[in-house]
Write a protein that binds this ligand. Structure first.
Ligand SMILES: NC(=O)c1ccc[n+]([C@@H]2O[C@H](COP(=O)([O-])OP(=O)(O)OC[C@H]3O[C@@H](n4cnc5c(N)ncnc54)[C@H](OP(=O)(O)O)[C@@H]3O)[C@@H](O)[C@H]2O)c1
Length: 247
C-alpha cells in the first residue's frame, strides 16, 4: 500500500502500537481517525497530534460497530484504510474452569476485527485503492502458555487474514498482517511498558513503517525481532522456540 494520501481508521489508536501507527501515518500526510473506549486517553492523543480525529468505539459491541460503520463512511467518504489494532491480553489458568477471559479475548481480538471489516468492506471495495491491516502477534506462530486464548486469537487472525487476502485478490483491497514481537506498551500493564526485554515502541513503529513502505509480496509486516517466532517452524526449531518462550 501507499503510505501517504490515505484516510486511515485505526482501532485502539489511543495508546501503544495503535497510537504509534496513528502518529506515523499522520506524519506521512494521511488523514487519520483513531478509535478507543477511554475518552481521556483519546482526548490526550488528539491534543498531542493536531489534525488527528477520534471517535468512540467499543469493538466488543456488534450494534455499535454496525452503526459506527455507517457513520464513519458518511463522515469520512474517502476512508480507504482500516487498521484492526485494538486488542487485549490476559493471563488464564485453564484449570480453574472459567471461560470469561477466553470469551472476552475472542470478542475483542477476533470478532472485533471480523465485525468491523465486514461493516466496512463494501465501502473499501468501492475505493480505487484500499487496505485492511490486521495486527496479529509473534505469539500467533509460537504461543505462550500463560495466554492460551490470546495466542489462539492471534493465530486465528493470521489464518483469517490469509483467507481474506485470497478472497480480495481481484479487488482494490490489499490485506496486510502486522505481526509485532514483544513491544513496550501497556498491553499487559506497567511492567511491559518498561521491560528492557521488550522492543522500544518508537523503534518498532519506525521499522514497521519502513517494512510497509517496502511493500512485501507476502503481505506480512515483520520486524527482525519477530523472526524468531515467525520462522521457527520453517527453520525446524519450533520445539526449541516453544521451550524458550515457555521456560
Ligand atoms: N505490545 C506487544 O508486545 C504486542 C505484541 C504483539 C501484538 N500486539 C498487539 O498490538 C495491538 C495493540 O496493543 P498494544 O500493545 O498497543 O496495547 P495497548 O497499549 O494496551 O493498546 C490496546 C488498545 O486496544 C484498545 N481496546 C482494547 N479493547 C477494546 C475494545 N473492546 N474496544 C475498543 N478498543 C479496545 C485500547 O483502547 P482503550 O484503552 O480505550 O480500551 C487500546 O487503545 C493489540 O492487538 C495487541 O494484541 C502487541
Amino acid at each position: 500500500m501507499q503510505t501517504s494520501g490515505n484516510t486511515v481508521l485505526i482501532t485502539g489508536g489511543n495508546s501503544g502500537i495503535g497510537r504509534g501507527l496513528a502518529e506515523a501515518f499522520l506524519a506521512r500526510g494521511n488523514d487519520v481517525i483513531i478509535t478507543g473506549r477511554d475518552r481521556s486517553k483519546m482526548e490526550a492523543t488528539v491534543a498531542a497530534n493536531p489534525g488527528l480525529k477520534a471517535l468512540e468505539l467499543d469493538v466488543d459491541d456488534p450494534k455499535a460497530i454496525a452503526a459506527f460503520g455507517q457513520k464513519v463512511v458518511r463522515d469520512f467518504p474517502t476512508l480507504n484504510v482500516l487498521v484492526n489494532n485494538a486488542g487485549i491480553m490476559r493471563t488464564e489458568n485453564l484449570a480453574d474452569g472459567s471461560t470469561g477471559i477466553a470469551e472476552a479475548t475472542i470478542m475483542t481480538n477476533l470478532l472485533g476485527p471480523i465485525r468491523l471489516t465486514a461493516a466496512l468492506l463494501p465501502h473499501l471495495q468501492a475505493q480505487a485503492s484500499a487496505a485492511v491491516l490486521n495486527v496479529s502477534s509473534g505469539l500467533a506462530f509460537v504461543p505462550r502458555s500463560e495466554f492460551p486464548s490470546y495466542c489462539a486469537t492471534k493465530a486465528a487472525i493470521h489464518s483469517w487474514s490469509q483467507t481474506l487476502r485470497r478472497q480480495m485478490r481481484d479487488t482494490s483491497v490489499e490485506v496486510i498482517e502486522i505481526a509485532p514481537p514483544y513491544v513496550q506498551t501497556m498491553l499487559t500493564g506497567e511492567a511491559q511498558a518498561s521491560d528492557p526485554n521488550a522492543m522500544p515502541l518508537d523503534e518498532y513503529i519506525t521499522e514497521t513503517m519502513s517494512a510497509l513502505e517496502a511493500q512485501p509480496q507476502s503481505g506480512e509486516i515483520l520486524v527482525k525481532r519477530v523472526f524468531f517466532q515467525r520462522w521457527a517452524e520453517r527453520e525446524g526449531r519450533y520445539d526449541e522456540a516453544f521451550a524458550r518462550l515457555n521456560a
